[in-house]
Every structure is written in C-alpha cells, then in structure tokens.
Design a protein around this ligand. Sequence first.
Ligand SMILES: Cc1cc2nc3c(=O)[nH]c(=O)nc-3n(C[C@H](O)[C@H](O)[C@H](O)COP(=O)(O)OP(=O)(O)OC[C@H]3O[C@@H](n4cnc5c(N)ncnc54)[C@H](O)[C@@H]3O)c2cc1C
Length: 341
Amino acid sequence: MIGAGAVGSAVATLLADQGRDVLLAGPALATDASRVAAGMIAPLSEAALDPASRDAASVLSAGALAWPAFAERFGIPLRACGGLLLSPSPQVGAVQPGEQVSLDFAQSLAPFLQRWDGSIRWLPDERAVDAEAALRRLGAQFTRRGGGRIDATLHPAADGTWQYAGGRIVARQTVIAMGQGSETLAGVAAELAVLTPIRGQILRTVPGVVPPGAPFVRGPGAYVAPQADGAVMIGATMEADIRSLTPSHETSQALMAAAATFAPGLETAGMTVRVGLRASTPDALPLVGPSRRAGLLLATGLRRNGWLLAPLVAGLIADYLAGKDPGPLARRLDPQRFERL
Ligand SMILES: Cc1cc2nc3c(=O)[nH]c(=O)nc-3n(C[C@H](O)[C@H](O)[C@H](O)COP(=O)(O)OP(=O)(O)OC[C@H]3O[C@@H](n4cnc5c(N)ncnc54)[C@H](O)[C@@H]3O)c2cc1C
C-alpha cells in the first residue's frame, strides 16, 4: 500500500483485518489532505453544495452507509452530530435535502449560529470524525493486526520493484493511494494522468469554542465544523490547479468573513491555518480498482470526500483482491473509465 493517508490507512487496515500480509508505506506529513480535513461524513450536503458531485449522490450515500460498521470494527469515534445547511433564500423549485427548520431550532443545536435570514435545512444523519484521531486509530489497528509500516517515500524501479532510502520492496500486488501526487506515477499506471490538484485552506480554532457534539453548519463560502474537543474548523477553499502549500492571509480573511455572516461571535484568537492538496478526476469520482498495469490497483482521486468514502473504497479494493464481484458502484469508479470516453 503506497500512501498512509485516510484512504491507504483504511484499505491497509481492512486488508490486515482480513488476514492479508500488508506493508503500508508512506511518510506521515502534516500537510496530507487527510490530516487537515474537517472530517465531515456528509453525503447529502456534499451533493447539494458541490456542483461537480451532483451526479455522485449514490456513491456518496454508499460511502456514508459503509461508515458505521467500519467505525465499530476499528473503534473510530463516529459522531452523529448532524449538519445544518444554509442557503440565501428558500429556493423555489430546487430540491434541497433535509427538513426546513427555524433559526431558533437550529440555534438550539448549534448555539454559534447567531443569525441567518435565508433557508436552514437540518440533516440529522450527517456525521463526522476527527481526522487526525481517526488516522492515529487506523494506524494502531493496522499494527495490532500485524501490518508492516515503512515511513518512507517509494519510487518505482525499472524492474517492477519499489525503492526507498532503506531498500527495495517486491510486492505481489501494489495499491497506489498517494492522493495528490499520485499523478507522478502516470508512467507506471497511465490512468493516473487524469488527476489534477485542488488546493484547500482551512482554519482551526483552539479547543472549547463550541459545545462538543454540535452539528456542522455549512453556509455560502464557508462551513464551521465542530471537532470532538470543541474546536471548530472553518473551511475550506477549492482552488483548482494550485499546488502551493503556503497559507494565504487573504484567503483566511475571506473564510472568516464568510463564516461571520452566520457565526459572527466565534472565538478566533489562537487560530491556526492549514493547507492540503486534494486530487480530483474529470468526473469528481475517485479511481478505485485495477490499473491496466498488472499487479497494480488504484485508490486515489478522492477529491473533497476522502474521509466520507474511505471505508467504501477499502471494501472495494478488498473485494477486487479477493476476486469477488465488487458490486454495482464499481464500474462508476473504474480507473479505466476515461479511456472509454
Ligand atoms: C481543507 C480540506 C478539508 C477537507 N474536508 C473533508 C471532509 O470534511 N470530509 C471528507 O470526506 N473529506 C475532506 N477533505 C478531503 C479529504 O481530506 C481527501 O479526499 C482525503 O484526505 C484523501 O485521502 P488520501 O489518502 O487519498 O490522500 P492524502 O491524505 O493526501 O494521503 C496521501 C498519502 O500518500 C503519501 N505519498 C505520496 N507520495 C508517496 C510516495 N511516493 N510514497 C509513499 N507515500 C506517498 C503522502 O505522504 C500522503 O501521506 C478535505 C480536504 C481538504 C484539503
């Protein structure tokens, strides 16, 4: 398994749990998209807010459905926090998910939501994980199940092996789960050439700013996503084709201004800024399954839903490796689908 982000860690842990001999290789970098993520498991609000994901609703819902059993199996706290979706005005004719609620009701759940004149929809089934804690947990569960770990960057060698500073790896099957950066292996797996980066900047407050368990609130231009310790994450930008990991002061100001339209009283002292790079495909769905190159499987291109989809992707890769039918969604995520267009 190359890449120890949400996707590589989820796949590796599930495979180790099934008794497979798995080596998980990759450095743990603070800038991995998986570490900076808000951790929302939010299929309905994602399909509603992200124009590119509108046709992906069934995939996103399947991702959310895979979470409870996965979280229970590996002891990952999955918060049933729900989500509130704000839009400027009741959109006549537009199909909006969830139930329309009053500001009073929304404030009883999310006291930091201080004002909103437009429509508020309540999505009680949306959930969340704390990304960094979930990664740590997956890493521990993987090791407990006998998985091997190498903290190194791998490079392909001409003889089909994988090289790193400490040596060489020969694997019967390799899964590429390198997130943004996977496209550097397009010479090995041509399907990876379709990937493009989307930069995301996000802010994190100090702990204790909101009540633990509060729902996330998604408004125009920003969301406020509470974490288990009562910190909130205010995010996130979607900046296509930008690879810079340097935080931008102007971008932080714009995120705070957007959040202040509905949560003006949030305590921002001590806030930190994080940047991560997402990998995206032309149809906003990931590449999951066998490459044309024998012995290679791909689990990458998760765009803005890597946490939401990680257990689903893990199950699909496990099915492929076991020679089982991966089910009806597999064709939509087939890494070779762009060759058919
Ligand atoms: C600001 C922001 C907020 C987000 N919020 C959410 C959210 O609320 N919910 C959600 O579902 N998703 C969210 N996402 C998206 C989510 O974070 C990504 O889709 C997900 O993290 C992708 O996981 P990954 O494992 O594919 O990639 P990554 O997390 O990028 O991990 C890839 C790993 O591969 C390693 N790697 C790369 N090259 C090599 C190599 N040659 N050898 C070894 N290892 C290598 C990297 O070091 C890295 O550890 C957010 C993303 C951002 C940026």
